[in-house]
Write a protein that binds this ligand. Structure first.
Ligand SMILES: Nc1ncnc2c1ncn2[C@@H]1O[C@H](COP(=O)(O)OP(=O)(O)OP(=O)(O)O)[C@@H](O)[C@H]1O
Length: 240
């Protein structure tokens, strides 16, 4: 288990008579950046909720080696609560004492320098996403789990965020598990891919997943190709 971050064995989960996840088995090694893809209703969020401990009535074994930092979707964050970026980030520290300077440095590292006093409700999707990352990092996780970080974030914000994630992963030797609907971005940034649709259809290093395997899962595969071409056009000058 030493070099394994997450081990899932014989996982099954039902809601009533409906099978949501069926016989899921996989290992994620430390330091991997894994993208979970699959159609709507495939069970991706359910799998993550099981790994982070939100859902408990499954059968099978889940072993997690390290502390998990969890980033829910931006849309689930309540923008009505009148708190500023500093207060929001500080919640990630739980009971640990952190100084304002520590948080300010972290905000700077995620590209939010000087935004300490800005109300969370007035932030863009991209800013809120990076603020959530700062909050999760304050907890010093070994494993970061993200549910659709691109939701509510524009294409450039998304590319910047994935680039930032990759840098943080390298610097802190994190393992990342991320649900995404942006197949193009997953193939650009992740080291491996998991294709889920109730069962695990394919799992392996990004370069070893064959387009034919994805075509079976995604009727709108052509859309992905268009998204990929768009991404390449936007990045032809090497900008992030
Ligand atoms: N509380 C619930 N009661 C009944 N069915 C549920 C419940 N939560 C999830 N489901 C069903 O479980 C299945 C998997 O849902 P889940 O949210 O994990 O899928 P997903 O792959 O994350 O989908 P999406 O990409 O649309 O977010 C879906 O068919 C969904 O309708």
């Amino acid at each position: 288990m030493n070099n394994i971050a997450i081990l899932v064995e014989n996982l099954n989960y039902k809601i009533g008579e409906k099978e949501i996840l069926k016989n899921i088995n996989f290992k994620i090694k430390k330091g991997e950046f894994v993208g979970i893809i699959g159609p709507n209703g495939a069970g991706k969020s359910t799998l993550i909720k099981i790994i982070v401990g939100e859902i408990k009535n499954y059968t099978g074994q889940i072993s997690v080696n390290g502390k998990i930092g969890y980033l829910p979707q931006v849309q689930t964050i309540n923008r009505e609560v009148p708190i500023n970026a500093l207060q929001f980030a500080k919640m990630g520290a739980y009971k640990k004492k952190v100084s304002k300077e520590q948080i300010s440095t972290l905000l700077k590292n995620v590209g939010l320098a000087g935004k300490e006093r800005q109300l969370v409700g007035t932030m863009s999707g991209g800013e809120l996403q990076r603020l959530s990352l700062a909050r999760a990092l304050l907890y010093n996780p070994d494993i970061l789990i993200l549910d659709e970080p691109e939701a509510g974030v524009d294409q450039m914000g998304k590319a910047r965020f994935y680039e930032l994630l990759y840098k943080v992963k390298e610097k802190k030797n994190l393992t990342i598990l991320m649900i995404s609907h942006d197949i193009g971005m997953v193939f650009e940034k992740c080291t491996s891919v998991m294709c889920l649709n109730k069962t695990l259809h394919c799992h392996g290093p990004t370069e070893k997943i064959k387009p034919d395997e994805l075509k079976i899962l995604f009727p709108d595969f052509d859309l992905w190709l268009r998204a990929k071409n768009h991404y390449e056009r936007e990045h032809e000058n090497g900008d992030i």
